[in-house]
Design a protein around this ligand. Structure first.
Ligand SMILES: Nc1nc2c(ncn2[C@@H]2O[C@H](COP(=O)(O)OP(=O)(O)OP(=O)(O)O)[C@@H](O)[C@H]2O)c(=O)[nH]1
Length: 327
């Protein structure tokens, strides 16, 4: 996971470390007066803008190559700069660690959303059941699998769930969601192909009300911004069902384009949270690093495999550990 990103950040650490070592050497070569001042300064050097600038330029290009979105790269650059420039480094201390800490902190800041969502608490705090979640995204992003994983997770947390088979567009979609739901022991409300997806969702909500179920998960057809009709249909589903949350499901392997997709969906229907799938196969990590910053909605979960238990509530610290850890 994130091997490429790890490599690039390590390279940055090394370059800045070398620059600081160069500064140390200049001090050691200084005149007796300079050396005296140097000892008085407790044998320390200050990290200067010029020490990090070149390495930041390089990192900027490499992050873009790792599919981190441009605005995220710029924000990261600013934060890394703030975290490192002006820092005093005592000679003999572990410079690599100090630089890495500055990087970690910058990434953590970028990843930490303004508003966090505790899904279970949010569901339980809704006075009138059910809590409605609509899932939107491109074709093949892993939406249906993710809905089944989330249904499984919600049930493990003691909540009653029903799924609305609102992808009445793609051949085989209804059978696919039924099969997943059967395996995780959740009922599906369906109509036939070509039926109004908003009507299916509406029926699922009525079903949940009648049975006292806590959550309705609405599976919608995969679409993109060029499918005008499907985008309008998605807005209709949102209008009719008034979901408590709209979750964008994106394939992390799609890199920067998944960030662009999320922006377009966010314009059409406001996205409240993100689930990124296939993180287990993602060497670049760019989408995960950028998406929350780009649309201002938190990553709620990440998919880390094909099994129903392979869904992790997202935690920024866990992500940073994955980047800086050894694999
Ligand atoms: N490795 C891995 N594979 C995943 C993950 N999530 C989903 N997949 C796989 O991605 C493929 C597509 O998933 P689907 O759930 O069918 O995609 P979808 O978005 O419902 O497709 P549409 O109905 O066309 O929108 C399947 O083979 C899933 O097993 C994940 O977290 N890790």
């Amino acid at each position: 996971m994130f091997g490429k990103l790890r490599e690039k950040l390590k390279k940055f650490t090394k370059t800045v470390e070398e620059k600081i070592e160069e500064e140390e050497k200049t001090l050691e070569k200084g005149t007796p007066e300079e050396k005296k001042g140097f000892i008085e300064k407790l044998l320390q050097v200050e990290i200067k803008e010029k020490d990090v600038e070149e390495a930041l330029d390089e990192l900027e290009i490499e992050l873009l190559e790792a599919d981190v979105a441009l605005e995220t790269v710029e924000a990261l650059r600013e934060k890394i700069n703030e975290n490192l420039v002006g820092k005093k480094v005592r000679i003999g201390t572990n410079k690599g660690k100090l630089i890495e800490d500055g990087l970690r902190e910058a990434i953590l800041e970028i990843l930490t959303p303004e508003k966090k969502i505790d899904l279970i608490e949010l569901i339980k705090s809704k006075e009138e059941k059910p809590f409605v979640i609509a899932f939107v995204g491109f074709n093949g992003s892993g939406k249906t699998t993710t809905i089944a994983k989330l249904a499984h997770w919600l049930r493990k947390n003691g909540l009653g769930v029903v799924i609305a088979a609102s992808d009445t567009f793609r051949a085989g979609a209804i059978e696919q969601v039924e099969e997943h739901a059967r395996r995780v022991g959740v009922k599906v409300i369906k109509h036939s192909y070509g039926a109004d997806p908003a009507a299916v969702a509406y029926d699922a909500i009525q079903h949940a009300k009648a049975r006292g179920l806590d959550v309705v998960l609405i599976d919608t057809a995969g679409r993109n911004e060029l499918n005008r009709n499907l985008m309008d249909e998605m807005k209709k589903i949102a209008r009719v069902t008034k979901p408590d949350l709209v979750i964008f499901v994106g394939d992390s392997l799609a890199g920067n384009s998944v960030v662009e997709q999320a922006k377009q969906f966010n314009e059409a229907v406001k996205i409240d949270g993100v689930i990124l799938t296939k993180l287990d196969a993602d060497a670049r990590g760019g989408a995960a690093l950028s998406i929350s910053h780009a649309i201002g909605a938190p990553i709620l979960f990440v998919g880390v495999g094909q099994g129903y238990d392979d869904l992790r509530p997202f935690d920024e610290k866990w992500f940073v550990e994955r980047i800086f850890g050894e694999g």
